[in-house]
Design a protein around this ligand. Sequence first.
Ligand code: NAP
Ligand code: 8YV
Length: 323
Amino acid sequence: MPDLKTITVLVPGRLHDHAVARIGKTFDLVTLDTADPSLVTPAMARQVRGLGAMTSISAAFIDALPNLEIIANFGVGYDAVDARHAAIRNVMVTNTPDVLNEEVADTALGLLINTVRELPKAEAWLREGRWARDGAYPLTAATLRGRRVGIFGMGRIGKAIARRIEAFGLPVAYHNRSRIADSPYEYHDSLTGLASAVDTLISIAPGGASTEKAVNAAVLEALGPDGVFISIGRGSTVDEDALVEALKSGTIRAAGLDVFASEPGFDQRFLDLPNACLLPHVGSASVHTRQAMADLVVDNLESWFAGKGALTPVPETKDVSRG
Ligand code: NAP
Ligand code: 8YV
């Protein structure tokens, strides 16, 4: 077993405390305020062999670290890491799949129920003293009963969401680029086709060029006037101008959003929409699950530098090897 304390791992920007503590205990830890290539010192350029990161990692930053071997990304989504460039440079990229599936699926269902049955607004009604003053909270116009649910991105988390939807007694359909062999769910080879077939669309698709603004005006139009849209994958998959317009005009009934195109900022027009239920990207945000994600980041670094390979390589870098 090599002495891991001789290996320098850089943490640029913020990272989960548990991951930073474990990296510091095991490796030679160095930090940077941001992943900005102009901040890389000559010593860092010489020494850094690993990155533990929860921030954007550009091609320029990868190039500024000529001895880099591995980028361990905190998060299953790694659209902020230039994994294709990493592969060209023979740099491994890992993410944190599976350990967050059930948490994110729980959040998706919570967001769906909150959106359809207006539970946050009903709680506000109670807190504001309106129950005694004005009477019962108005009956919700929408219900989950009788809905048909479409999942955009039937992957690890999509399947965990689908199992929950089935338990709610609702039919499930999905859109991926490829049909899943022996999946019990109805497949649609286009997102508009899926939206036409359902009245409730849950997006848990990854970010990146192939999904950029995929949920557009045509998809929302196809979802229809009783349509409910839940976004918990990446904000970049949604044309937010089209969504604001669809919520304003009644093209769809309501939306629940955990993710936004320009986080941590978000389009302020959503605040004025009574039919939008908004969360600050909390899909995986429990102490339990974030700790498991942090452990997987460091387990990947340890396994790599122990010569045992990466535990959870992303597809773009699955063929990258040491040396
Ligand atoms: P996954 O297992 O890789 O599933 C992604 C699914 O999306 C696959 O079934 C894939 O099928 C489909 N897909 C990818 N590109 C597509 C495209 N262009 N058109 C149609 N379908 C496409 O990923 P996961 O672990 O379930 O995670 C999914 C995403 O959730 C992550 O990438 C992340 O962005 C997001 N996420 C959000 C939170 C949160 O807190 N809100 C937490 C965790 C994850 P095909 O390859 O066949 O197309
Ligand atoms: C995290 C996520 O909140 O795993 C992902 O892709 O979106 C979330 O679990 C995020 O990656 C950390 O900021």
